[in-house]
Design a protein around this ligand. Structure first.
Ligand code: PRP
Length: 197
């Protein structure tokens, strides 16, 4: 698998970061194809609605960048940064807003863009927080949905892929701030995060 991964991604991705992965879960091509589909679906659903896409930093940055470029309609983008995990590998349930929106969402059609919904704690908090600001509509688009890990029931309206209950990194997803720049999504070897615990 690793050999296939390295061949598929040329010299740039041999060794180094990829040695820490046990497998490729989603290739660059698979991600691009699905993000294109999601973008076209959203564009069709939001015709003449001037949607505001809210990217949740930091993990969503590659996803939202690709998603909006697949949406052929007028839209706006804003960002929020929240902290839930710190440097740990499991959720504490504590969510803090580190950076709020620059714009009011009252009366706007809002789409929250997440890289992954895991326990659902972050999204539950965000959804309730944004709902009080009286948007015209509030939907959620997540690239990965790790349903098995849910602690809070949350609705994800647009899902890229269902995600197995593994520690995944790449395409914005990190472990201790690293691996976000991988153009594909892979499974982190347990020994990488276990040795740091
Ligand atoms: C990740 C992800 C979601 C959240 C999902 O962010 O981007 O915001 O965790 O997990 P949950 O469903 O268990 O709440 P993280 O806090 O790791 O920050 P990051 O995006 O900066 O990596």
């Amino acid at each position: 698998m690793l050999r296939a991964m390295n061949e598929a991604n040329s010299d740039v991705w041999t060794g180094g970061l990829t040695n820490d992965l046990s497998q490729v879960l989603l290739s660059e091509a698979q991600i691009a194809a699905r993000v294109g589909q999601l973008g076209r679906q959203l564009a069709a659903d939001y015709v003449e609605k001037d949607p505001l896409l809210v990217g949740i930093l930091s993990g969503s940055f590659p996803f939202i960048a690709d998603l909006v470029r697949a949406m052929n309609l007028a839209l706006e983008v804003d960002f929020m940064a929240v902290s839930s995990y710190g440097d740990r590998t499991s959720s504490s349930g504590v969510v803090r807003i580190l950076k709020d929106l620059n714009t009011s969402i009252a009366g706007r059609h809002v789409i929250v863009v997440e890289d992954i919904v895991d326990t659902g704690l972050t999204l539950h908090y965000l959804y309730e927080n944004l709902r009080t600001r009286q948007p015209a509509s509030l939907k959620v688009c997540a690239l990965l949905d790790k349903r098995e890990a849910r602690k809070r029931e949350v609705e994800v309206d647009y899902v890229g892929f269902h995600c197995p209950n593994e520690f995944v990194v790449g395409y914005g997803l990190d472990y201790r701030g690293r691996y976000r720049n991988l153009p594909f999504i892979g499974v982190l070897r347990p020994e990488v995060y276990r040795k740091a615990e």
